[in-house]
Design a protein around this ligand. Sequence first.
Ligand code: FAD
Length: 493
Amino acid sequence: MGFSASDETLLNRYVTNTDSNIYCVHGLPPEVVAVLFAYYSRSPATFRENLVKVVKEKDVDVRPEGTGTGLAGASEKARQFHEKWVVAYGHGSVAEHAVASIAIEDVSILATKAVEDNRLASYTEKSTRYQVYDRNRYYRPKNVTASRLGRLYEETGNHLMDAYSTLYPQVLEFVKGRNPKAAGVEERAYAAQCHAKACDTVRYLLPAATLTNLGMTANARSLEHAISKLLSSPLEEMRDIGLKMKAEVQKVIPTLVKYADASPYLMETDKALARSAAENVKAKAGGDRPVVLVDYDKRAEEKIAAALLYKHSQAPYETVLNEVEGMGEAKRRETIAAALEKIGRFDAPLRELEHAYYTFDVLVDYGAFRDIQRHRMCTQTNQALSTGYGYSTPPEIGEAGFKPEYEDCMARARDAHAQIAAEFPHEAQYIIPLAFRKRVLFTWNLRELNHFIKLRSTPHGHQSYRRIAQLAYDEIARVQPFLAKFIRVDKTP
Ligand SMILES: Cc1cc2nc3c(=O)[nH]c(=O)nc-3n(C[C@H](O)[C@H](O)[C@H](O)COP(=O)(O)OP(=O)(O)OC[C@H]3O[C@@H](n4cnc5c(N)ncnc54)[C@H](O)[C@@H]3O)c2cc1C
């Protein structure tokens, strides 16, 4: 359909072209975008045609120049549509076209992990490697600070932050002394390298309460879920973040997160399962292997080969799997090798690798958990942060002679945690430094493991998560050496 000159003027405000079949949409309220995409489902018209129609019907001349989108009428129509189709009938995919980017600032590291426990979203947070954290900036839970334990909380928090701030310049000097600048290396690059190493070393002292910043981009459907989880948390900070997120997101996506609320299902089930665990799980914190492969797909090779061939056949999967089982190891491996051996440095392996799964019980310091949690193409089950599994000590702390101060910090934090946890079991997590270890159960598919191990074993990564990536590789190599051969791993210490 041709557009009139006035339609073209209107469209040029909101789409990147008016004459190609591919175009981007910009400047429209997110819920209007969602409703216009929803029209693809029932209307033969294009997005642009429906946009002109909706604006003409609802918004003619409502937009004074330079005053936002001004699409009040279209937004109201979108609201009615979403109330009916998304909220009442559950046509959920529509909500995924309404996207918000949210700045979440001055929240604890513990809170960022709660927010990021939602995999269908994009996050970027303040680095513990490139930035030095401010000694006074850590979260103080009101119920703890108002209690008789408030003083202990503050003293422990201050002590950890002081140790972090005092040790940073000293560790930096140590790092520089041990690695003098090589000829030809630029001063700036050398300084950045030493700074990163010193930050990587002292980050173990930061309490989980340390305030940080996080950027999040997600669609309304994910946001509704994330907000509901936050509002269901036993921690006030998470509930507060959930409330603020809901209020701010509603300013740009008014309808689709309106009904996000605390979930009785989540809250009650959580309590019931905690009771059940207390009653039925007698074992305490134990085991010290950082990476244990607890379960894996014993038929991974057969399943991957079958999926690769299935895609290029017309036969049912079970029949292809039977044929693969009959083809013998050499031919099966030839098929897998053909799918993987040409892979380039930036290529992701074929999706068929996702048919093989591996479950790992990972015991890792909270600092490295922070990093590993960010890998979203997997299933993660987290235990609460505690002191039961002890803490990690980066080698540089011992080598530089700071072990006594470091161990004193950990002992004080452990003691404070024990006292606070007796009254405030959830809030006590805040005072635990990133050095303490926690357990996480990860079920990864082989494709994500290829990505995780390649990315997280590289020498410029943090030694703590590098070790997890390298050990995960070793576990796969132990049980399935042929498949491990295709994983790019850096085993340098
Ligand atoms: C050296 C280094 C420094 C880092 N520094 C920081 C930092 O300072 N701050 C910080 O916040 N993070 C930092 N990260 C984390 C990094 O940005 C990633 O978030 C993290 O490594 C997770 O990996 P991934 O994004 O590749 O995705 P995964 O979640 O592991 O997903 C696997 C793959 O699926 C695809 N994918 C998954 N989700 C999406 C999506 N929503 N959109 C598009 N594609 C998707 C991508 O191809 C991705 O590679 C750093 C990572 C490294 C290695």
